[in-house]
Design a protein around this ligand. Sequence first.
Ligand code: GMT
Length: 383
Amino acid sequence: MKIGIVCYPTFGGSGVVATELGKALAKNGHQVHFITYQQPPRLDFFNENVFYHEVNIPTYPLFQYAPYESALTSAMVNVVLNENVDLLHVHYAIPHASAAYMAKMVLKTRGRNTPVVTTLHGTDVTLVGKDASYEPVVTFSINESDGVTAVSENLRQETFQHFDIKREIEVIPNFIDLSRFQRQQKDHFKMAICPNGEKLIVHTSNFRRVKRIDDAVMTFFHVRQTMPVKLLLVGDGPERARIQQLCRELGIMDDVRFLGKLDAVEEVLSVADLFLMPSENESFGLAALEAMACEVPVISTNVGGLPELNVQGVTGFLSNLGDVPDMVKNALYVLGDDHLPQFKANALDRAKQFEISKILPMYEAHYERVLQSINNSSLLIDN
Ligand code: GMT
């Protein structure tokens, strides 16, 4: 099959899922065409089945905002026509699903019936998409997609709650490549960060408000009063300066490191003892799954799709949003030497349930169904 994948070229979230999915499809013999405005960071390997098409967005003095959606639509049309792409799979509804709908309409005028699959990832539904500024277009483009998937049952339900949806949505969860995300021997690294055998707590995110990094820092701050711990913060984004200031005010900068955006996050996770995800909303929590694959238990909130991943008292604990005292209590319990080895083993066992080899066939079957139904409807029209 020839698949066009549209996504944001981001270090986390939907960009990573889209890129890793494309890589896995290519390894499985499909031809994959990435269409993005920048090379996705995880598109870091050579495979004869992977192609990359950059969206060219010409500017003009008239434009206060360059018309990205039109440029993206044209890129999709050109790639489908030139490369004979069978299906377009867009990740994150805004603006990819509406651009794909437009591309489909343009392609129809060129005699091509190209189905569109939209994968909903989270904030495209729960935060941004439901805003009145975007809602009508998001509703329309979800309903007009030929296939729609959501990354958790919770996100599927939220989509029905927030939008007037008149179609099926299939849940296909996030996945993990365990050949990459596995605990590696990195003793020298652990020694450098935790020279006195301190336990290591990690948080990775795009440093947006929705991640509530203050709660991660405050949890660390209180745990540190009871046991020797260090904190690594991986990622970057709008909240970073504020969080650095908070750490300075708390006088904990000697025990906290900001690592910025990292390609090889699995190396950091390999030396971690606990992962914190105190998010206000999280449709799935891919970063937590990456941690679990590296044998790191998770303290998270119980929001969104997190209860579908993190198992209470088994792979870690889930607290109510903002309940820092509960997160502190749970973190101290998990980090206890009597408990930590079992939590680590459980985290890995749980991650194995989301191995890419289990999830990839779900996407392939979804594509097959969509192609089949579009072929059937063409037959009906022809007759
Ligand atoms: O806001 C983010 O964290 C990025 C966002 C995205 O779409 O790029 O991530 C969402 O998609 C991930 C992959 O499907 C999920 O694992 C995250 O839980 C989800 N983030 C939120 O819902 C906040």
